[in-house]
Design a protein around this ligand. Structure first.
Ligand code: HAM
Length: 428
């Protein structure tokens, strides 16, 4: 029988990598605290309707990528493909409109999309998601971009490109859609020059054609009218303020008139942050404003803006840029005994070292001292604490510094505190 493997598009994050994830998530948490976002933990599955109404029926995510199933009570349930719709649902459900506005929330966890897996694109992936709800001000848009850039700055990422655009609002977008459609229809070759997917998009979601990677679609829309030229007064003023505010905080950004996002809830600002190390799946972050999402899922109008950053893509970029994230956590002290009869002593000493916050381990398999020493060196332990027959008889422990070879003898009951001092001495 073949052994069972993890499903396609998922991956096990093992010890060599998981500590980097923990570091990234802890920086996200630090930045969230410093910017005033509070953490919420939301369900991994929701009613399917939340996403079909929130994200939009004509999006790839809803049409093709959702993990949807009937539960045992015949309800249609979907594994969340993203967090924004859930964030807004939670805001409405808990009547957060009654709290002082804005309400700033963040959350991190796994998302699910049935996409074609490749480097940086998985079927289960993690996002850290940040949202500012309840305010229209372009200053909130700026703050979300600043939040994401602060995460990357603290992690030591460089060479990121911030691209921004405006996708307008229901007042100005219909005219732009029409202008884009007639531009395409009247171009040489017309809609026949589009790829099959984009031919389908022409009626349902023509803006997405701007985003297509297919060379003939790209060429055809090269000189297409820009949505920025069709914005209504309000969207235009909003966009200009976002640009001015970003310049004021020294953010390095570029306008990208082709930038449209794959989720239908966006209004006004849309942005992406790209990293060269990621190959074709180059967005480390995507976000924007979504002033009509709350209404789309049955609530009152609640303006909002936010972003999500992919954790796998952050880690790939960190590795690609060779960023030093600190040392991988490891066992610092390994307790070695001369014989099985001393196992309880070894276990007690290991307990004391750990209680003094010295990462420690010991052997449970009754191996000889030589094998135990070898194991300590495989673990990369800095110190080995030896309880041999002589030490047991004299109530001492011999501690060996594995890199210098120096050996000191400590009174058994003082071992943890003396080892801490030795560590400090070394770090000085
Ligand atoms: P999104 O652009 O679909 O936006 O995803 C945001 C980020 O999640 C991407 O830039 C990428 O880093 C990561 N990501 C997306 N799909 C995958 C995948 N299949 N594998 C690995 N990483 C992936 C949203 O999800 C919006 N909810 C963002 C937002 C928050 N807008 C406003 N607030």
């Amino acid at each position: 029988m073949e052994t069972i493997k993890a499903p396609r598009g998922t991956k096990d994050v093992l010890g060599d990598e998981s500590w980097k994830w923990a570091r990234v998530l802890s920086v996200c948490g630090d930045v969230a605290r410093d910017f005033g976002y509070s953490e919420v933990l939301l369900p991994i599955f929701e009613h399917t309707e939340l996403f079909s109404r929130g994200i939009g029926d004509a999006t790839d995510v809803v049409e093709k990528e959702m993990y949807t199933f009937l539960d045992k009570g015949d309800r249609s349930i979907t594994l969340r493909p993203e967090l924004t719709a859930s964030m807004v649902r939670s805001y409405l459900e808990h009547d957060m409109r009654r709290a002082p506005q804005p309400v700033k929330l963040w959350s991190a966890g796994p998302m699910f999309r049935y996409e074609r897996p490749q480097k940086g694109r998985y079927r289960q992936f993690w996002q850290a998601d940040f949202e500012i709800l309840g305010v229209e001000s372009p200053m909130a848009d700026i703050e979300t971009i600043d939040t994401s850039m602060e995460i990357y700055r603290r992690l030591g990422l460089t060479n990121l490109k911030v691209l921004i655009n405006s996708v307008g609002c229901p007042k100005c977008r219909p005219a732009y859609r029409e202008a884009l459609k007639s531009f395409i229809e009247s171009s040489p070759g017309g809609m026949d020059s589009l790829c099959e997917t984009c031919r389908g998009r022409l009626e349902r979601n023509p803006l997405r054609i701007l985003d297509c990677k297919n060379p003939s679609c790209k060429e055809m829309t090269e000189s297409a009218p820009a949505i920025l030229d069709s914005l209504c007064g309000e969207c235009k003023a909003h966009f200009e303020d976002v640009g001015r505010g970003l310049s004021r905080i020294g953010a390095d950004f570029r306008l990208d008139k082709r930038l449209v996002r794959g989720l239908d809830y966006y209004t006004k600002t849309a942005y992406e942050i790209l990293a060269g190390e990621l190959g074709s799946q180059n967005a480390v972050c995507g976000g924007g404003r979504y002033d009509n999402l709350a209404e789309a899922i049955g609530g009152p109008r609640v303006p909002g803006v936010g972003f999500a950053s992919g954790i796998e893509r952050i880690v790939i970029t960190l590795e690609g840029q060779g960023v030093y994230l600190g040392e991988k956590p490891k066992t610092e002290a390994y307790v070695v005994t001369a014989s099985d009869g001393l196992a309880i002593e070894a276990s007690a000493l290991t307990h004391e070292l750990r209680a003094s916050k010295i990462p420690a381990d010991t052997d449970y398999s009754g191996r000889g001292m030589k094998a135990q020493m070898k194991h300590a060196s495989v673990l990369g332990a800095d110190f080995v604490c030896i309880i041999g027959d002589d030490e047991a008889a004299s109530g001492t422990v011999s501690v060996k510094n594995m890199s210098s070879g120096e050996q000191r003898s400590f009174i058994r009951s003082e071992t943890a505190s003396r080892l801490l001092s030795w560590k400090e001495e070394q770090n000085r």
